[in-house]
Design a protein around this ligand. Structure first.
Ligand SMILES: Nc1ncnc2c1ncn2[C@@H]1O[C@H](COP(=O)(O)OP(=O)(O)OP(=O)(O)O)[C@@H](O)[C@H]1O
Ligand SMILES: [Mg+2]
Length: 571
């Protein structure tokens, strides 16, 4: 059965126009008012789908319920101008008719909006055809809803609100097109992030890297660190002795109150992380000791050409080197930000060869220049066994099945966090470009406003992290590098990145600006976004554009509690 037994009628079509969030233009949304007979067991929910006949024979338009209000005919004109006694009398009468159940005087006004799909005899298709006012509006049955909304055979990420059906998504596709989690503080962003990561580890082959500035994921995913090959990476040193390290772990991490009863178990788990060599101290080079990049080399060569003290005979050779460098970078897809490495040496040798053929003297500046660059490259940076960002990038890209899959990088110092993330993204991207592989890698950035703020500053390194993350979002997909970002205010974010995300998880966003931005990005009605204000902790609106779901239908769901999953995982 495709439809529920009750049906309603389309009474009004309203078009609502408002200025866009940035105030530069305007957007319109179609809102439909449908009346459905009231009965006590009428099952309506925000998010319920409806079908209404259209001008095209055999084609119905799909609408999504954004709100509904019970109405009683007896009260339509009941306002303060009517004497109090009469008002009371009328309302008493109305109250008893609600209690009695069905009556022709009562109905439900349902506010719904079109989601861009039509239902025809051959199935669903994208489109819009105006519906016929006055015609009947049917409610999609649970099974029809499930078939239309959920991804068959997908990964369950919670239950559809009010429908008690599992919400299944195409997790691989969600990964590919990047994800965003947006909600007011305390709405459950970290909790949802952690439970999504569990599913990524379980149902995909992706590796996951969490840039954790609030030091919370080591606890939220501690069972996962034990279950999978993982590394807990920290910019602070832990004591060698596992039981001392355990004590330090418990001191420096917040264990949520709900887990008070298993605090010792969490301590045991932490101890086995240290015993199992799953913890690493991350070496951060002192500030300012940045490595030379390909861009720096280009600049150095250019300045040799421009330098008035460079002998004329050498300038064409420097120009040749510049040209070859440019060609080499283009052929090998090397960006200016990539760290200079030994792959450039043959190029330098070729330039020396040309210089020698040209008969330049051994002490010409071009030879000095080339040999100093070569010696820079071949001098291993203070060779040590320290685990640094380069080793981390190598581990992340390692395709061996026994290599680590989950990397929790704890970065409580914000400036350091931004610098490290930028450099990690550069290393991973440039290595991926040179040695392509389709092993997916997911970067998780909680508190994303710290890495990609609306206004970036050089001083606090946010310029670095913001441009690296922007690049990751724009170009990552080609290299199977994906991102999940989470933040409490969209307004604080570099909005360039928002268009790159195709899956949004939204919970309560108190500021109208933030909600408007989402409705404009996806063409979802304001009325529906406003309903996120009623969501409780752990309840979400999933909006996807050609990513997580078979059809682009905004769907409300309640997420599992990660802490319950953690508890089960530790048993
Ligand atoms: N799906 C859920 N089911 C039950 N409880 C939840 C759920 N999600 C979150 N919570 C609880 O709500 C509280 C806040 O969750 P969380 O820390 O994930 O919020 P947040 O949005 O990340 O907050 P912040 O903005 O401070 O980072 C936690 O105590 C958590 O256990
Ligand atoms: Mg959080």
């Amino acid at each position: 059965m495709e439809f529920e037994s009750v049906s309603g009628r389309l009474r009004e079509v309203r078009v609502v126009t408002r200025p866009t969030a940035d105030g530069r233009s305007s957007v319109s949304f179609r809102n439909f008012v449908i009346e459905i007979p009231y009965s006590r067991d009428l099952k309506l929910n925000i998010g319920t789908l409806l079908a209404v006949d259209t001008m095209e024979e055999g084609t119905s338009l799909i609408l999504e319920v954004a709100d509904f209000i019970p109405v009683h005919y007896g009260m339509l004109n009941l306002d303060g101008t009517i004497p109090k006694e009469i008002r009371d009398q009328v309302m008493e009468g109305v109250e008893s008719s609600w209690k009695a159940g069905e009556s022709k005087e009562m109905w439900v006004d349902v506010f719904a909006y079109p989601i861009g799909y039509l239902m025809t005899s051959s199935g669903f298709k994208k489109g819009y055809v105006p519906p016929l006012p006055g015609t009947s509006v049917r409610i999609l049955s649970k099974e029809a809803f499930r078939k239309f909304v959920c991804y068959e055979g997908g990964v369950e990420i919670g239950k559809v609100l009010g429908q008690d059906i599992p919400l299944t998504i195409n997790l691989n596709k969600a990964l590919v097109y990047h994800m965003g989690i947006f909600a007011f503080t305390g709405s459950g962003k970290s909790n949802l992030t952690a439970s999504l990561i569990r599913r990524v580890l379980r149902y995909t082959d992706a590796k996951v890297i969490i840039a954790d500035i609030s030091m919370e994921y080591a606890v939220l995913l501690i069972d996962q660190i034990l279950e999978h090959n993982s590394l807990l990476i920290s910019t602070e040193r832990y004591p060698q002795n596992p039981s001392d390290a355990r004590r330090k772990f418990l001191r420096s991490h917040v264990v949520p109150e709900e887990l008070d009863d298993i605090r010792e178990k969490i301590g045991d788990a932490a101890e086995s992380i240290f015993r199992g060599q799953k913890a690493r101290y991350l070496y951060m080079p002192p500030e300012g000791s940045v490595e030379l990049t390909y861009g720096d080399l280009v600049e150095l060569v250019k300045s040799q050409i421009d330098d008035k003290y460079t002998a004329f005979a050498q300038k064409p050779l420097f120009s040749l080197l510049l040209k070859r460098l440019d060609q080499f970078m283009r052929e090998n897809k090397i960006s200016k930000e990539s760290v200079l490495d030994d792959t450039v040496i043959p190029l330098l040798e070729e330039a020396s060869e040309r210089a020698r053929e040209a008969g330049l003297r051994e002490n010409s500046s071009i030879f000095t220049f080339i040999s100093s660059v070569k010696s820079y490259i071949s001098t291993e940076s203070p060779e040590s066994n320290e685990y640094d960002v380069e080793k981390l990038a190598i581990d992340i890209l390692d395709r061996d099945p026994s290599s680590s899959r989950l990397f929790i990088v704890e970065l409580p110092n914000l400036d350091e966090a931004r610098e490290l993330l930028a450099s990690l993204i550069e290393h991973v991207m440039s290595r991926r470009k040179r040695a392509f592989s389709n092993l997916p890698i997911l970067f998780v950035l909680d508190e994303a406003q710290e890495f990609i703020p609306f206004d970036t500053r050089q001083r606090d390194r946010s310029e670095l992290s913001s441009s690296a993350v922007e690049k990751l979002l724009r170009h990552g997909r080609k290299y199977h590098l994906h991102t999940l970002i989470s933040t409490q205010r969209l307004a604080y974010l570099n909005t360039n990145v928002l268009q790159q995300l195709h899956t949004y998880f939204i919970s309560t966003l108190p500021r109208p600006y933030d909600r408007q931005l989402v409705s404009e990005t996806f063409g979802v009605s304001d009325a529906l976004l406003d309903r996120t204000l009623d969501l409780e902790v752990g309840q979400w609106l999933l909006v996807s554009f050609k990513a997580s779901l078979p059809h682009d239908v905004p769907v409300f769901f309640s997420a599992p509690n990660n802490l319950d999953e953690l508890r089960r995982g530790l048993q």
